[in-house]
Design a protein around this ligand. Structure first.
Ligand code: KE4
Length: 434
């Protein structure tokens, strides 16, 4: 049903499931919409643990949806925040620590030659899209079903009936006018990318993707997919944007691009880069970013962008990750956890697939591997919900949706992982017997 609005724009009051849209899961993840029931209210957190308002302790496997790679209340991060707060919380002016954090980011991610700090991943992707359109003078943006880039109107769209169609709004309030310039393909569909660029390459400002997807659960790109994207965008003068809000500093200190050795034109960062405070970033090649005000004409600004508290938390976090890299430990424990959870399902005959990169992973309740949204959408949601609630009963707090990634921190121990696997074995055995 389409209702006209005074301004003449059209909006879709989508009261029916639109293809490829996770209505229940799409609600803000923390509302537990995907698993039913009421969310837990958390009182405090420390290290690898969350404590709810009834003082129940949980092993935390969301880490605030990614930021808390060092564990909660890391003393050096808290100390940096407190020391910064004692000097005031926001000046609305440049600070040396803002420049220091920018330097840390550019040293970690060499494809970022210029960087701007913003307050959220949404703001980072929204700004990157505007810069890409301003720099190319083109309107079309390509995204992939199942990838989430924050609640940016032009990116809150899902594939229509065909594969490469103009975006269909994924939320009331997103107008057809806004989504009309967004083209949605299936992730890992290299052929569709090539066909689209052959037909519309000259209209495309940018392609944005999660280089390792977390937002349909953990889905890895095929090698040819990233190579095709890089080749086609270079050939047609489109900007390749890696949304590394989740993968940046998570899967490696240099992010997913350092693993795949594919250099995007722009990168967005968030979560870990703010050390648990509201801070995100976007950046990329100098010839693109120099077009952003005040150096150029493309507008972007923000009252609290680069504020002293968030830059203190972010810079301290990145310095610890740089100087005491936890990635080998995260890989070792990640392998233990991933194989343990997958084996726990296999032992009781429940079809499941573990997909993982380091300390970011998803146990899909699926008979087959998940490579794109259509295959993710075939997962057994009810089984996931039973698994989630069963683990809550055992003091293990997993992400509350099949279409999210779990994360663990440098504070999680081998004993924590073994305890989690033991709990999963009990929960899955109970599920199999019902
Ligand atoms: P924020 O605006 O939430 O800081 O970042 C948006 C965003 C952008 N890009 C990627 C790849 C992201 O994963 C996100 C946010 N991630 C979700 C969890 N998958 C945030 C959880 C939430 O919205 O509550």
């Amino acid at each position: 049903m389409v209702t006209g609005v005074a301004s003449g724009t059209e909006t879709i009051e989508s009261d029916e499931e639109l293809p490829g849209i996770r209505k229940s899961e799409a609600a803000p993840a923390r509302a537990f919409g995907a698993v039913g029931g009421h969310p837990l209210f958390i009182e405090r957190a420390s290290g690898q643990y969350l404590f709810d308002i009834d003082d129940n302790r949980y092993l935390d496997y969301i880490g605030s949806w990614g930021p808390m790679i060092l564990g909660h209340a890391e003393p050096r991060v808290i100390d940096a925040i407190v020391r910064a707060a004692e000097k005031g919380t926001s000046y609305g002016a440049p600070t040396e620590n803002e420049s220091h954090l920018a330097e840390l980011i550019m040293q970690a991610v060499p494809s970022i030659e210029r960087v701007r700090l913003v307050n959220s991943g949404t703001e980072a992707t929204m700004s990157a899209i505007r810069v890409a359109r301003g720099a190319t003078g083109r309107a079309k943006i390509v995204k992939f079903a199942g990838c989430y880039h924050g609640h940016v109107d032009s990116l809150l769209v899902a594939a229509g009936s065909a594969a490469a169609t103009l975006g269909v709004p994924d939320s009331p309030g997103v107008t057809l006018g806004v989504s009309a310039d967004t083209i949605v393909l299936n992730y890992n569909d290299s052929e569709a990318v090539a066909l689209l660029f052959d037909a519309h390459g000259h209209e495309i400002a940018a392609v944005i993707l999660e280089p390792i997807v977390g937002n349909m659960g953990t889905v890895l790109p095929t090698e040819s997919f990233l190579q095709t994207l890089r080749q086609e965008t270079l050939k047609h003068g489109a900007i390749l944007i890696f949304d590394e809000v989740m993968t940046g500093f998570r899967v490696a200190y240099g992010g997913a691009q350092s693993i795949f050795r594919i250099e995007p034109d722009m990168t967005t960062l968030g979560k870990i880069v703010g050390g648990g405070l509201p801070l995100a970033a976007y950046g990329g090649k100098a010839d693109i970013m120099d077009q952003v005000m005040p150096a150029g004409k493309i507008y972007q600004a923000g009252t609290l962008a680069g504020n002293p508290l968030a830059t203190a938390a972010g810079a301290t976090t990145l310095e610890i990750l740089r100087d005491e890299p936890p990635y080998q430990q995260l890989e070792t424990l990640g392998e233990l956890l991933g194989s343990g959870l997958e084996n726990a399902a296999a032992q009781v005959g429940i079809p499941a697939r573990m997909q993982r990169v380091g300390s970011m992973m998803t146990l899909f309740f699926s008979e087959s591997w998940v490579t794109d949204w259509p295959s993710a959408d075939r997962c057994h949601r009810k089984r996931f919900s039973d698994y989630f609630w069963g683990l809550i009963e055992h003091g293990v707090y997993m992400p509350c949706s099949q279409f999210e990634a779990l994360f663990f921190s440098a504070r999680h121990t081998r004993e924590d992982i073994e305890q989690t696997i033991a709990a999963a074995e009990k929960v899955l055995a109970s599920m199999a017997s019902h």
